[in-house]
Design a protein around this ligand. Structure first.
Ligand SMILES: Cc1cc2nc3c(=O)[nH]c(=O)nc-3n(C[C@H](O)[C@H](O)[C@H](O)COP(=O)(O)OP(=O)(O)OC[C@H]3O[C@@H](n4cnc5c(N)ncnc54)[C@H](O)[C@@H]3O)c2cc1C
Length: 449
């Protein structure tokens, strides 16, 4: 069986590995237009924080790890066309400066061509006035420009934007802009994350609940003036960065398979598109959120964990002839800002309003061993006492791991008593962090009633 995967990022690599692990006889070809596989898009932050030495280290897998499994890896190769009747892809490969066109037949195809950060072009006539980054090349270019800039305006304060701010707030004058009332909205409730905003250095200004109306460039100095809808202005900005949104790269599939209204690819529970031997994965999909609310449909939320999980599911379904439905997402994330680590999984209080769930939310703060703090918000459904969401704020890096346990509790629909009764170990020589969850769940009982 010949299986071609287009796109060698997190979803494509996960699919290629899974296919080879499930059945080494499957002929797997992974096609990637860039020179790197599974590049970590926040690599510029890792370099700047000294976590890695150079951008080249920011990847989850190397080509060798794939070729050792028997995957044929074609780098610097771009798929230009998918022929559904002749069941082949047409691609061009750049080799020693010359371009070679190839036609590769397939039995199954996995589209893993991901998404691209969106540039709000309505604000400026020039694409290059607003910096975005995702691939290795874009990140190398961005790193160079960021290093040279003194005054930076950042549009979009989701977790990608806040990680950017966290990385550069010690060195640069930053203007942090978002149309919402507070950063990280969509993952956290406002009151819960207030503490992270209490200790902001003077060189960082938040411009919240506002949008940029226009951007003007001073041709002499090369700096920008941003005008908000309120007519307030920020002048002499060296660099504008946008982390506000991404768009699925579904152009290659247009007219071939069914797309959704938001240009994501329409798939069934097994990630099969409207053509049965073509599957779509990763950022091409909208994900069904929160297992309890499947009927509301999916949302477009680019996340590495979802990309990897969907890559595996598509591979397994090709191998097993559609035996594994794709599960909904809790939208689990973890990030860091200043001295804090933050994580969330499942519904926020705002989500419970959108999804029409009656909930009780309980927030508890405790001091944990070693003098660190842990603040946890748990959201239980009224009546059933099932855990629907959790938000976590801590000064301890190790405690962030609790969000994965909480995500599992949400996924398996555990109620407050299941959490208190969970069978966790006791060992006096080392700490079981999970016991903090049981402690907080127990203290939440009076509020649940
Ligand atoms: C700055 C930034 C930071 C982020 N940080 C995080 C984070 O910390 N945690 C997290 O969970 N998520 C993060 N994300 C989101 C995450 O990067 C995406 O969800 C993830 O990359 C999706 O993986 P994917 O494999 O679906 O697609 P992509 O990563 O978009 O990859 C698609 C691949 O397909 C290739 N391709 C496209 N078209 C063709 C073609 N025609 N022929 C051949 N190859 C092609 C592209 O070159 C690319 O390598 C971040 C995103 C950005 C922009």
């Amino acid at each position: 069986m010949k299986c071609i995967i287009i796109g060698g990022s997190h979803a494509g690599v996960a699919a290629a590995r899974a296919l080879k692990i499930l059945d080494p006889r499957i002929d797997v070809t992974l096609i990637e237009k860039n020179q790197t596989l599974a590049f970590i898009s926040s690599g510029i932050n890792l370099v700047s924080k000294g976590i890695i030495q150079k951008l080249e280290e920011a990847h989850n897998y190397s080509p060798k790890e794939l070729t050792d499994l028997g995957v044929k890896v074609l780098l610097s190769t771009e798929v230009l066309k998918i022929e559904k009747n002749e069941i082949k892809v047409i691609c061009t490969m750049i080799n020693d400066g010359s371009t070679i066109t190839q036609e590769l037949p397939y039995d199954f195809l996995i589209a893993a061509i991901g998404s691209t950060p969106a540039i709000p072009l309505s604000l400026t006539s020039e694409k290059k006035d607003i910096l975005t980054y995702k691939s290795f090349n874009e990140s190398a270019f961005a790193l160079d420009r960021i290093k040279k800039a003194k005054k930076i305006a950042l549009i979009g304060l989701g977790f990608v934007g806040m990680e950017f701010a966290d990385t550069w707030m010690k060195e640069k004058e930053l203007f942090l802009i978002d149309r919402r009332d507070y950063p990280l909205a969509g993952y956290f409730d406002e009151e819960f994350i207030r503490p992270i905003l209490s200790n902001i250095p003077n060189n960082v200004t938040f411009n919240l609940n506002t949008t940029v109306k226009k951007i003007d460039k001073d041709k002499k100095t090369g700096t920008y003036t941003l005008t908000f809808h309120s007519n307030e202005k920020i002048s002499n900005v060296d660099l504008i960065v946008s982390t506000s949104s991404s768009l699925p790269n579904s152009q290659l599939l247009e007219g071939l398979v069914d797309l959704n209204f938001d240009h994501t690819v329409s798939v069934n529970d097994y990630l099969q598109t409207s053509i049965e031997n073509i599957y779509a994965v990763g950022d091409l999909l909208e994900k069904p959120l929160f297992s309890t609310q499947l009927e509301i449909g999916g949302v477009f939320k680019p996340l590495v964990s979802q990309a990897q999980r969907s890559g595996f599911v598509a591979a397994y379904n090709i191998y097993s002839n559609n035996q594994l439905p794709y599960q909904s997402s809790n939208r689990t994330i973890a990030t860091t800002f200043g001295e804090y680590y933050l994580a969330s999984s499942g519904m926020t209080e705002i989500d419970t309003i959108i999804y029409k769930r009656k909930c009780v939310s309980v927030t508890k703060e405790i001091s944990v061993d070693g003098g660190e703090t842990l603040k946890l918000q748990l959201m239980f459904e009224k009546g059933t006492n099932i855990l629907l969401g959790a938000e976590l704020l801590t000064t301890s890096k190790i405690l962030v791991e609790l969000i994965n346990l909480l995500s599992l509790m949400i996924q398996t629909k555990m109620d407050i008593f299941d959490i208190i009764q969970s069978d966790f170990y006791f060992q006096p020589e080392f700490t079981s962090y999970a016991r903090y969850l049981q402690q907080i769940a127990l203290e939440s009982l009076p509020a649940i009633g």
